[in-house]
Write a protein that binds this ligand. Structure first.
Ligand code: AMP
Length: 444
């Protein structure tokens, strides 16, 4: 038997329906925030990630899937979304008219990590990026948006942690302070950290091996190295978050794993009991240097990415029931060939009028068809019969109440319009946003 590669998953059945529901909520929400969908290639030139994510990051040194194509080009499966979007922003000159560009993506990422709960080799991330503004108001929007999404989906146990790495000057001072602090003790840390000390000591704070070492816990804090401008900027971000009613705490040790961050960084955890140790649902930050680093104009950017799988798991653990449709509204049953022919067009007609309709494809007898209809959780059954059809009538059975009535074929869609009330998933997003906005407006 050929099995799936390690660290990958098949998505199907009810789980797939849940994912698709969350996809729709994301699309509806992003529309409200006026972010446009963007899709970039799943593989890019290897150099993009070396320059974009950082030569010394774990992602680039150990985790990319690199390969050569038949023309000997070095390519890598994307390990994250931001570098590709910065590349696309530059290549498509999205900066040309000076507008702020707001985009979101939703796709698979690839990292050669040791597979464990919450860490896969192929995983899906939803993320957004705002390119072309340094306004701290945007930092607050990008932090608040996933919080709104989680609430909208029904998650309650979430915690937002934020920090600031400051501007280049502050970051440089902090880097020096870290170097001086770690240098005399570097022998006590893992081999990777010894390498990190020289190349980027901030990364030591992010080490998965040494994370419980007291040396890391007592390390200098970013906050103490922020210059006045950076401090003011960080305060502004907090003021906007307060205005948006987003609860957060300052996590002085938060630096994030990628090279390109400056100023604001943040992560959102699930506190749901029973969630494994990889409990960060998503995170992001400001990366004002990346577009320039990749050969584009000086551009200030802010972004966020969340792991889809972890959010789905948090929903499961918190016992959230998503309003997904895992039933059919009408199941059409038949026995004779003429009934089957009529079933074919009736199925199409009802589907075309917006109903979720299914029928039997395997020539079962009526008893067998009743069974499938129950398995599909059919709300109504149409039981075709040649005699009824001669009079343009069909028998409709309410599969819950078990009552039955004769309905003229011409009247069927009105009948189901009346009897089947369905809420559109999109409306859930609308409703939630309106309710929240409503509350806020009352306060104002
Ligand atoms: P990062 O790009 O590393 O900041 O990751 C952003 C989010 O993506 C994390 O908070 C996780 O929710 C998710 N994530 C990152 N790596 C993995 C992985 N290997 N498997 C599943 N989810 C991941």
């Amino acid at each position: 038997m050929i099995t799936k590669p390690k660290g990958c998953n098949d998505l199907y059945g009810i789980e797939a329906k849940k994912w698709k529901y969350v996809d729709k909520v994301i699309d509806a929400l992003m529309e409200k925030y006026n972010y446009s969908y963007i899709r970039t290639p799943i593989f890019e030139s290897t150099e993009l990630f070396h320059r974009g994510v950082g030569e010394t990051t774990d992602i680039v040194t150990k985790e990319t899937y690199d390969f050569k194509d038949r023309s000997d080009r070095s390519l890598s499966l994307r390990p994250e979304g931001t570098a590709s979007i910065a590349r696309s922003y530059i290549e498509n000159k999205m900066y040309a008219n000076g507008d702020v560009v707001k985009v979101y993506y939703n796709g698979t990422m690839y990292r050669y990590e040791r597979p464990q709960a919450g860490r896969d080799r192929e995983f899906t991330q939803f993320g957004c990026e705002v390119l072309g503004t340094d306004d701290p108001m945007v930092d607050a929007e990008v932090i608040s948006m996933p919080v709104v999404l989680y609430k909208l989906l029904g998650l309650r146990e979430i915690k937002v942690r934020i920090n600031s790495l400051g501007d280049n000057e502050s970051r440089k001072n902090y880097r020096e302070a870290l170097y001086n602090y770690f240098e005399p003790h570097i022998g006590e840390l893992c081999e990777d950290c010894q390498e990190r000390l020289k190349k980027n000591p901030l990364r030591i704070l992010d080490c998965k091996v040494d994370k419980d070492n007291d040396l890391l816990k007592n390390a200098p804090k970013t906050i103490d190295y922020l210059n006045e401008d950076s401090k003011k900027r960080f305060e502004d971000v907090q003021a906007y978050l307060n205005e948006l009613d987003i609860d957060f705490e300052i996590d002085e040790r938060l630096v994030r794993g990628l090279d390109y961050y400056n100023h604001t960084v943040f992560e959102i955890d699930t506190l749901a009991e029973g969630f494994g140790s990889n409990n960060t649902l998503g995170g992001g930050g400001r990366y004002n240097g990346l577009v320039k680093e990749l050969g584009g104009p000086e551009t200030s950017c802010m972004g966020f990415a969340m792991g889809f799988g972890r959010v789905m798991e948090a929903l499961e653990i918190e016992g959230v029931e998503l309003p997904i449709k895992d039933d059919v509204e009408v199941f059409i049953m038949y026995v004779s060939e003429t009934e089957k022919m009529f079933a074919t067009s009736l199925t199409q007609y009802l589907r075309g009028n917006g109903f979720r309709v299914d029928t039997d494809y395997s020539g079962r007898g009526l008893k067998g068809q009743f069974k499938i209809a129950d398995r599909l959780k059919a709300k109504y059954l149409i039981i075709l019969n040649d005699e009824d059809l001669k009079n343009d009538m069909v028998r409709v059975k309410d599969n819950v109440k078990k009552s039955e009535e004769e309905v003229p074929v011409d009247y069927l869609i009105y009948y189901f319009d009346e009897h089947l009330q369905d809420e559109d998933e999109m409306d859930e997003a609308d409703k939630f946003l309106k309710e929240n906005e409503g509350e806020k407006n009352e306060e104002i």
